[in-house]
Design a protein around this ligand. Structure first.
Ligand code: UT7
Length: 328
């Protein structure tokens, strides 16, 4: 039994934060941000809009696209749930009117959407669910220190979602194989030190924000995404030359370009929307999927490789042949 992608949705908050606005406040420039990251602007959720709100909006669109009003499970990838406890997925399910369904959060930060796809595929393979709404949603700007020029330009908010249904492995949209990995020994490269069980309170307000060692993360990201990508290609019996589109986590355009170089993949296979979104963590892959579906970059039948890397550290890859989708 395979998990088949059959619906897609996305939602971005309306407020645009352009590089110039950041440069007016912090010691940086539009030129530095564009050339070092590929980002021109990102979206920021206003204080009245939460991760659950964004997840509901993207989830509703994915259900419409799949032509469904019911699913058996909701898997929400997020590192920014509305509350530390409980998980946010049950609130998303309730707001979508999905009844008392199986609903769970998955936290693998920027790799979260891939881990959520794998979790949902497992529900389907195990006969636990036949239709699963998988959402990646993060309000990462709430974790960014407003005084830190190292992270403010990078991150944005948003949500993307897909619906998976039980089907056959040879159908368009069938997901897998997966490669998923972690290295918790490097957790401190990207961490919010305070507010969790280890350090509940801190007198230093900066401890409640993301502490990122950008260069070290950068060095790991391309290597790890290329490794995981090679693993799934080999398991599927595909060559790099078979790949029509590579949808990588949108953290930095230079990381995507490096990964393509390591893989020997032509740069024009890269799906890139980071210029307008920034790094939206777990939302980044489904947001890139939705943009590429809308502008015709993704076409039914194309062979698509997905890969992500993020805090944890976590990374992974999977692949599919792109399905025909409606109402995205
Ligand atoms: O999703 C996973 C999460 N995160 C990532 O994947 C992030 C991965 N890392 C990156 O994308 C990059 O490391 C950054 C974009 C964060 C930084 O780019 P970089 O090319 O690695 O810059 P750097 O940290 O090596 O800094 C180069 C210079 C430094 O100045 P000096 O020491 O050469 O004088 C920095 O102080 O650029 C300076 N710098 C800035 N200058 C202007 C750092 N941030 C800024 C800034 N504006 N915003």
């Amino acid at each position: 039994m395979a998990a088949v992608l059959c619906g897609l949705g996305a939602w971005l908050p309306p407020r645009v934060l352009a590089n110039e606005e950041i440069a007016a406040r912090l010691d940086t420039s539009d030129e530095w941000i564009r050339s070092r990251t590929g980002i021109a602007e990102r979206r920021v959720a206003d204080p009245g809009t939460s991760t659950v709100d964004m997840a509901v909006a993207a989830g509703r669109q994915a259900l419409d696209s799949a032509g469904l009003t019911e699913v058996d499970a909701v898997v929400l990838a997020t590192a920014t749930p509305d509350q530390v406890c409980p998980a946010s997925a049950p609130q998303v399910a309730a707001r979508l009117g999905l009844g008392e369904v199986n609903a769970v959060d998955v936290n693998a930060v920027c790799s979260g959407f891939l881990y959520a796809l794998a979790t949902a595929s497992g529900f389907i393979a195990g006969g636990i669910a036949r239709r699963v709404l998988v959402i990646g949603a993060d309000t990462f700007t709430t974790l960014v220190d407003p005084d830190d020029r190292g992270t403010v330009p990078i991150f944005g908010d948003g949500a993307g979602a897909v619906v998976l249904r039980a089907g056959d492995a040879d159908e368009l949209g069938a997901l897998g194989p997966f490669a998923l990995h972690s290295d918790g020994g490097l957790a401190e490269l990207l961490m919010v030190p305070a507010g969790g069980a280890k350090q509940r309170r801190s007198d230093n307000p900066h401890d409640y924000f993301l502490d990122m060692h950008g260069q070290a993360v950068f060095r790991q990201a391309g290597t790890r995404m290329a490794e995981a990508s090679r693993s799934v290609l080999e398991q599927a019996g595909w060559t790099v030359g078979d790949v029509d589109r590579f949808i990588g986590h949108q953290a930095n355009i230079r990381i995507l370009q490096t990964t393509a170089k390591y893989l020997g993949l032509p740069q024009d296979a890269l799906v890139v929307n980071i210029e307008r979104t920034g790094n939206t963590s777990a939302a980044s892959i489904p947001l890139a999927m939705a943009d590429a579906q809308r502008d015709g970059t993704l076409l039914a039948g194309q062979r698509v490789l997905l890969s992500a890397f993020g805090a944890g550290l976590t990374w992974g890859a999977t692949l599919l042949r792109w399905p025909a989708l409606a109402n995205v």
